[in-house]
Ligand binder design. Structure first.
Ligand code: SF4
Length: 365
């Protein structure tokens, strides 16, 4: 059942007046303390929708510090939407490698095509129209509408959830609290400078209203906050206990040929790490693999030699443990490619596969 929005901000009875004062104080703080970020327009500059879009897609599930260098590389290589749309998907995946959540890269590329072909290379301005673009969800649509086009759309991500849950003292655990948080967030959006306000909330959450112990004494909106002090605020937003992540297991086949080239294979377009390159492996499943069964899943016949140790990696929904078997082979494999070891850096290898490569090279592969 949807939780109704808390109908108060304490210390004043007039919600409209208190919101208006909150806007003024938070925007004044933002004018002095806004973080300088590579994708952000400087005060007085018009935001570039392409940069806003690119950064918001990259920032989903990923920190500002991690995204920074990737954003700069992307922009240097594909400075405009049309150039990105014309790039081969493989190049985009290669530059994205290491940033994770690879479906974002494929969707970004598809979205660039649609924007160029159907929208003449221009982004729609309205949140609802942005939602029509391929795989643009509620968060990026609101963020692009607010930041690039100054529309009063609330981009509710994890940071916004934290700040709003504390400002309104929403004590229902996530994810059940999401509708109430979205409603409260929408009620906060001002008509004046909504794009700056959206970013001000992000900066407040990143630098003052932080996870763990917030710095309420330094907070520019403390007087409007329903909790207003660190010990009360720290546990918010509450979260429902998570179930344990399962561990899946697999065998990865480190196959080199007589020229010491490594066999890589492209993963299917759909699904986890879709379209990325991999060291071929068995399926990843919770039951382990018996030697005889795993051999049946190798892409080529070889005399296998197990390498010591295991490669461990954690995805959002499971832990992965991979054994590595090394062998020599030759021949063609569907979606396969023989790559010299010094060219591995040019391949779209996700983080888990980079770990596999590093482990194999260190352990006699
Ligand atoms: Fe967050 Fe404290 Fe500010 Fe409330 S007063 S918004 S809990 S930093």
């Amino acid at each position: 059942m949807e939780e109704s929005m808390p109908s108060y901000i304490p210390r004043t009875q007039d919600l409209g007046a208190s919101h208006s004062a909150l806007h003024q104080q938070l925007l004044a703080w933002y004018d002095r303390h806004a973080r300088r970020l590579p994708w952000r327009a400087l005060p007085g500059q018009q935001p570039d929708p392409y940069r806003v879009w690119l950064s918001e897609i990259m920032l989903q599930q990923t920190t500002v510090a991690t995204v920074g260098p990737y954003f700069e590389t992307f922009l240097a290589r594909w400075p405009r939407l049309e150039v990105l749309a014309a790039a081969p998907l493989d190049d985009v995946l290669t530059v994205w490698a290491g940033l994770g959540y690879y479906a974002r890269a494929r969707n970004l590329h598809r979205c660039a095509h649609v924007l160029v072909e159907k929208y003449g290379g221009k982004f729609p301005r309205e949140e609802a129209a942005l939602r029509e673009l391929p795989r643009i969800g509620p968060y990026p649509a609101a963020a692009i509408a607010a930041i690039a086009f100054d529309q009063p759309a609330a981009p509710v991500d994890g940071i916004w959830e934290r700040v709003v849950a504390r400002l309104f003292a929403i004590r229902t655990p996530l994810p059940a609290a999401k509708p109430a948080i979205r409603k409260a967030a929408a009620s906060l959006m001002p008509q004046r400078r909504p794009g700056d306000f959206a970013q001000a909330v992000m900066d407040l959450g990143a630098t003052v209203c932080q996870p763990g112990r917030p710095k309420c004494l330094l907070c520019p909106v403390a007087e409007f906050c329903a909790v207003g002090e660190p010990d009360m605020a720290a546990p918010l937003p509450l979260k429902s206990p998570k179930s344990e992540k399962p561990t899946r297991r697999g065998v990865a086949f480190w196959i080199t040929d007589v020229q010491r080239r490594l066999l890589l294979r492209r993963r299917p377009e759909r699904g986890l790490l879709g379209g990325m390159m991999e060291v071929p492996s068995t399926e990843w499943r919770e039951d382990g693999w018996a030697e005889a069964e795993a051999q049946l899943h190798a892409p080529l016949f070889a005399d296998w030699r197990p390498l010591p140790g295991r490669v461990r990696h954690t995805f959002t929904h499971f832990h992965l443990e991979l054994e590595l078997w090394a062998g020599q082979g030759e021949g063609e494999v569907p979606e396969g490619r023989w790559v010299t070891l010094d060219a591995l850096g040019e391949q779209a290898l996700p983080s888990v596969m980079r770990k596999v490569v590093a482990h194999a090279l260190k352990n006699g592969g």
